[in-house]
Design a protein around this ligand. Structure first.
Ligand code: C2E
Ligand code: MG
Ligand code: MG
Length: 269
């Protein structure tokens, strides 16, 4: 975390106020579409948490997730996110919307909690939705040794039918042979690679190799942080399956993403 005095002050303030924010409904979810490159169909959504602070306005997770991780508040926060995703899906289902899987991000701490799969099962049942209507995203930092508990939790979720993605791929220390041992359905190539895909020949080669390797291990590949048409075209040429990014859509509040879900496709303009 930064050591700028103003930011330290803000972080301390968040630390003091976060639990109340969770309990009093100040958190909201925005949803970003995942688009399949073969036909530009929206095939999934990612839920991203925001804090609607009564005085400071909308706060992005980069500012408060690290605080939540440090204090352990990530456990109640993560639970709030899971139940909010399930409740949102139930609401859309009641409206007769054709559901697509909603992915939520899991912190390393949540992945080390043996009760997590049971909690997920209860939430699914409570809200009347099925495992394939949710997805989880984990990061490589969840996969540091000792990995037994994380592996156990992932296996249980996988057996329940929950799809699992590895987020920010390429930024940590996991490698594909380690990933192969885990029930990972898709890799999400980190935004930093996508940023440079047009300007660096080496990065282009790395991304193409990641896609080829992932496919040979039967994993789907998603590119995150796609901001330009050129990047999208290059990813499509390299065989990437799905993209997510500002070029097609920013993360949106539920009412706006609903319109996109009903429209079903997001063509590059
Ligand atoms: P992430 O899971 O890798 O999510 C992608 C982030 O990139 C999101 O930032 C999204 O708004 C942003 N993004 C999407 N498309 C573009 C693009 O084209 N360009 C750029 N520059 N950025 C793009 P956000 O919402 O601020 O979230 C940041 C991180 O906070 C997430 O990264 C995730 O690690 C974490 N996070 C968000 N929600 C949750 C949550 O519910 N639980 C946990 N544990 N972490 C969360
Ligand atoms: Mg993510
Ligand atoms: Mg990511």
């Amino acid at each position: 975390m930064s050591t700028e005095p103003g930011e330290v002050h803000r972080a301390l303030r968040f630390q003091g106020e976060l639990l109340k924010a969770i309990d009093t409904g100040q958190l909201v979810l925005h949803f970003q579409p995942k688009v399949r490159l073969a036909d530009y169909r929206i095939v999934g959504l990612e839920a991203l948490v925001r804090w609607t602070h009564p005085e400071l306005g909308l706060i992005h997770p980069g500012e408060f997730i690290p605080v939540a991780e440090e204090t352990g508040l990530i456990i109640p926060l993560g639970y709030w996110v899971m139940q909010a995703c399930c409740a949102q899906q139930a609401e859309w289902k009641a409206l007769g919307v054709d559901l697509m899987p909603v992915a939520f991000n899991l912190s390393p701490r949540q992945l080390r909690d043996a009760s997590l799969p049971g909690q997920v099962a209860k939430l699914l049942e409570k809200h009347g939705i099925v495992a394939k209507e949710i997805e989880i995203e984990i990061t490589e930092s969840s996969l540091v040794e000792p990995m037994e508990m994380a592996q156990h939790v992932l296996n249980e979720l996988h057996e329940m039918g929950v799809l699992i993605g590895l987020d920010d791929f390429g930024t940590g220390y996991s490698n594909l042979s380690q990933v192969r041992e885990l029930p990972i359905n898709h890799l999400k190539i980190d935004r930093s690679f996508i940023n440079e895909i047009r300007t660096s020949k080496e990065v282009g080669v790395i991304v193409t190799s990641m896609i080829t390797l992932a496919h040979s291990l039967n994993m789907k590949v998603i590119a995150e942080g796609v901001e330009l048409l050129d990047q999208l075209v290059q990813l499509k040429t390299a065989g990437c399956d799905e993209v997510q990014g500002y070029f097609l859509s920013r993360p949106l509040p539920p009412e706006d993403v609903l319109k996109l879900m009903q429209q079903r496709t997001l063509l590059p303009q």
